[in-house]
Design a binder for this molecule. Sequence first.
Ligand code: COI
Length: 355
Amino acid sequence: MEIRFIKRNNLKVKPTDESTLGFGKYFTDYMFTMRYAPKLGWHDAMIEPNEPIGFELGASIFHYAQGIFEGMKAFRDVNGEINIFRPDENWARMNRSAERMCIPKFPEYVAEEALEKLLELEKDWIPKTPGTALYIRPVIIATRVMLGVHSSTEYLFYIILSPVGSYYAHGLEPTKLIVEDYYTRATIGGTGEAKCLGNYAASMKAGEVAERKGFDQVLWLDAIEKKYIEEVGSMNIFFVIDGEVVTPALVGSILPGITRKSVLHLLRENGYKTSERRISINEVIEAAENGTLTEAFGTGTAAVISPVGLIRYKDKDYTIHNGKMGKITKWLYDSITGIQYGTAEDKYNWIQKIK
Ligand code: COI
């Protein structure tokens, strides 16, 4: 498919202080867009100025949230080259989310080519400071104007780019999580394993309550028994219990994270004992009390590897590893970022280079 290009006249002023980038505050000059219509399929691919575009308010995305997204990062590596981390995994997951949300699948080779072209064009936006990156946000939204509750017949696929620092304002300082035992993020048979817009909207109430109490995020439990740990909403969760690195199994209500998958691979390749299984909150609390819970960390594209320093459950606080980053967490952080920034060998071919 041909990708058209529309040039903009005036370029934006780029942020100069990379220490204040934060997460998702700035957006680059250009975006990629592509439309879907029944007779045409995916068509009209173009790179155009990232400027407001108009929609009729009857468009179904504004009513029923039929939309999906992804998150990836482009890194400026130590040799000045541009690396993307496992983009093929993101495109494949996005098409799985599309299937769940009745959105027509898109050709992954077009998305790949579009992203390459967009990054070549926007490479000066990739920040250079260690720990920073250009965040890539591909999205598909339903654009047909209609109020009936049916899947749309028209869609917009877009990719926007944002130079970012750490996801958490406090950087690599261990996060504080509060276990949510009333609200629910997802349930089996629902949309929990799809990266769809509504999952994130549904998580905001609990997130807001948590933040008001001084916590970074919510640790979600399963919807049925309120007993088993699921994820953190913007990251998957891992615990080190009695020397074993454990993470909840992908039972259908948990996002199949790409950093999660990479971490499990690295751990197994390096001889760590790991397991993906049901983990009850009681097991974690018991392990925290008897000293066998030695580390906890979250994984995600935005969050990378984020140490967890404290968990509150039923009004009681449990400090993990004295509120400091543990050894395995640090090793994983160094290993993943080493591959991303080119300071470690890319043994598993996880990096795609951009010219
Ligand atoms: C990511 O890690 O890229 C995510 O999509 C999580 C979040 C920022 C919504």
